[in-house]
Ligand binder design. Structure first.
Ligand code: KIV
Ligand code: NA
Length: 279
């Protein structure tokens, strides 16, 4: 597979080909996503929850993100890679954001970065893009701002809030974002934004009218214990947790009843050496 570039993503968008994106947070999760042929791999700060067991994305720090980015980069041969700037690493000033974005490139080995927010991020995005680092925007439900949004809830359900998201999207495009993630908004809002923009929109919980889709890998592969609540927009395409569980449980039983290791898993000594050895 030839590596996915920004110009490849642009031409896909021009031709109306949906862009496929998924998160990864380590070598194996990136390896499988890249082998399966997705266009873009995002090292999302959702790894705070799905890989580190934290309560909230706002807990993960820059150094932790960079460690995960490096492991993803090592496994990714063809997909375009994007690292999510964690809360606290980019909001203070454009210069801080640029320094962080450069660390994502140099230490995280990512090709682009993602950051959350609307109009207020314009000068920050311009700064990062000015040195040649692609920026993916993120509007609608922005999890780093969960507390001020009043929880993980659908955004843009009123004409006024939908208009605000559209204005933010236009501002992010003008600032130089190569694409935008639109999270948890009514499908109609995402469709209108997609029509008004000339850059691709990547939806998550934003209906079927965006230029592409993104999901958190652990959610969509079902790599979590039964009973965990997942958002309405997630389709669970697999059940990795139950497959791992079954394998580990069987191993445990086979060790306990001495079925494992069997002869085919066992090394032997040449007969002559064995005789000498036991003498
Ligand atoms: O952190 C994340 O995984 C994300 C995607 C869901 C867009 O931001
Ligand atoms: Na994120």
């Amino acid at each position: 597979r030839t590596p996915v570039t920004i110009s490849k993503l642009k031409s896909m968008h021009r031709n109306g080909e949906p862009i496929t994106m998924i998160t990864a947070h380590d070598f194996p999760s990136a390896h499988v996503a890249d082998a399966a042929g997705v266009d873009v791999i995002l090292v999302g700060d959702s790894l705070a929850m799905v890989a580190l067991g934290m309560e909230d994305t706002s807990e993960v720090v820059l150094e932790e993100m960079l460690l995960h980015c490096r492991s993803v980069a090592r496994a990714t041969k063809a997909a375009f890679t994007i690292g999510d700037l964690p809360m606290g690493s980019y909001e203070i000033a454009p210069a801080q954001a640029l320094e962080t974005a450069i660390r994502f490139k140099k230490e995280g080995r990512m090709q682009g970065v993602k950051l959350e927010g609307g109009k207020e991020m314009v000068s920050t995005i311009e700064k990062i893009v000015s040195v040649g680092i692609p920026v993916l925007g993120h509007v609608g439900l922005t999890p780093q701002r969960r507390d001020i949004l009043g929880g993980f809830r659908v955004q843009g359900k009123t004409a006024a809030t939908a208009t605000k998201i559209l204005e933010d999207a236009l501002a992010l495009q003008a600032a130089g974002c190569f694409a935008l993630v639109i999270e948890a908004v009514p499908a109609e809002v995402a469709v209108l934004i997609t029509q008004k923009l000339s850059i691709p929109t990547i939806g998550i919980g934003a209906g079927n009218g965006c230029s592409g889709q993104v999901l958190v890998q652990v959610d969509m592969t079902g790599n979590f214990p039964p009973g965990r609540r997942i958002p309405k927009f997630v389709k669970q395409y697999g059940n990795v947790w139950s497959e791992s569980f079954r394998a580990i449980e069987t191993y445990r039983d086979e060790v306990r009843n001495r079925q494992y290791p069997a002869p085919e898993h066992t090394y032997e000594m040449p007969q002559k050496e064995l005789e000498r050895f036991i003498e």
